[in-house]
Write a protein that binds this ligand. Structure first.
Ligand SMILES: *Cc1c(COP(=O)(O)O)cnc(C)c1O
Length: 234
């Protein structure tokens, strides 16, 4: 039901506006990334028609297929899922943002591939904020080295940090607040590593269940899937 997508987008925008109001922030500070994983390209087209510009995918192959299927220069593609070095070459041609940098090696691969086609890719360093072993992201203590490494690169721009909170039942969502606080503090503590191509202004945190808390804690990018496109079947 395509109309639902527009309606859902409006609802999400209202949630963002309300959360900003309560936090004394402006909704202009928040970029909504619509996470379209597992959903067809037609859903992306529908959302674009309703004014949605930023789209996120979490699998390299699916991102590649969708970027090829739907060529639209006004659209911004975000890779939000786990990376592998050998997948990077397939996305650099079109992707605008990569949220899931957890080691310098990924930055060097992006630099190598993007320099050949003279593109500059926006990146975020993903931090393991949940403390769970299986969760992706680098450890907070590794951030400094990654930022220092990034400083020398011409085709990589670091724009901030990304984190995924622990999955909890919607009624327990308040319990993830300390994880968002931690990401923000980590950002504040690493401002000294900012450089011409390294800034830490963006905090990519907050999803369908926890975006309000993330916004209260300083999020500038919320990555929202289910509240826009509906539940996923897989
Ligand atoms: C799926 C996914 C989201 C969106 O999650 P929802 O609960 O559907 O809003 C956000 N970020 C990442 C990295 C994801 O994989």
């Amino acid at each position: 039901m395509p109309n639902d997508i527009c309606h859902n987008l409006e609802n999400v925008q209202q949630r963002i506006t309300k959360a900003c109001k309560e936090a004394g922030r402006s909704p202009d500070e928040i970029t909504l990334v619509a996470v379209s994983k597992t959903k067809p390209v037609d859903d992306i087209k529908e959302a674009f028609k309703c004014g949605q510009v930023h789209f996120g995918e979490n699998r390299a192959r699916e991102l590649q297929d969708k970027m090829e299927d739907y060529e639209n220069n006004e659209l911004q593609w975000h890779m939000v899922g786990n990376l592998q070095t050998n997948k990077i070459k397939y996305m650099v041609e079109r992707v605008n943002w990569i949220h899931s940098i957890e080691k310098s090696k990924y930055l060097s691969e992006i630099e190598k591939r993007a320099s050949r086609i003279d593109r500059v890719i926006n990146t975020l360093i993903q931090i393991n904020i949940s403390g769970e072993d299986q969760k992706s992201g680098c450890e907070p203590k590794d951030l400094k080295e990654i930022l220092k490494y990034a400083q020398g690169l011409d085709h990589v721009r670091v724009r901030g940090l990304m984190g995924m909170a622990t999955f909890v039942d919607p009624e327990d969502v308040e319990s993830v607040r300390p994880e968002f606080k931690m990401l923000r503090k980590l950002r504040d503590d690493h401002r000294k590593y900012e450089a011409e191509n390294v800034s830490l202004n963006e905090l990519s945190m907050g999803m369908t269940n926890d975006m309000e808390i993330a916004i209260e804690e300083g999020s500038t990018m919320v990555r929202v899937g289910r509240a826009i496109f509906g539940e996923r079947n897989y």
